[in-house]
Design a protein around this ligand. Sequence first.
Ligand SMILES: [Zn+2]
Length: 208
Amino acid sequence: MGFGYHLPAVSGIIDLFLCGALGVNVTSMNEAAETKVCPHCAETIKAAAKVCPNCRFWQKRWSWHNPYVAVILSILALFTVCVPFAILLDQTLGSKTKFATYRDDIMVVSSQLSHRISEGNTMNTVIGTLTNRSEVAWKEVAVETEFFDKSGKQIDAITVRADDYHGPVILPHGEVVFKIEGRAARPEADYENYKVRVRWAKDVDAWP
Ligand SMILES: [Zn+2]
């Protein structure tokens, strides 16, 4: 309070007001500018002291240097960063949960199995059409196929690998064609029946 030296009366009033607001007792009007009583340990200390030399109590609570203020601000900053991140994470991971609720709305309309020989290997090829009865657009629609023999035993499958899969996008109330292929584990004659299933799909808005 630089101007206080020129206007002692005004300074005294300001000190009284400030100290009163901070709950600090003023011992006398003359000493008010130089000393104060620490509200924590009741020792008389210098008025300018930010930290009580006796008990280390912070005289001004809302100081940038006050470690307690720093801790509170750090927690607030952490929440500011964490909350949007948590929302993003929920949207990303939650897309699978969302698919689970719409699972029955993505249906295989038609499909066809064929076999071909490629470089000495028999390949099972399934092509077909999917329909989306939901209001949600889906991406990376993953289709799997199971194969059965005459006795109904599962003999082979075309599965999708989650790590490098880029399936088609299917719009609300839209249709999309798909083609999946896998090397046959059995001779062609063993393939009596097959079942096509949508394994998963991601909400188009989901990240990534
Ligand atoms: Zn103290």
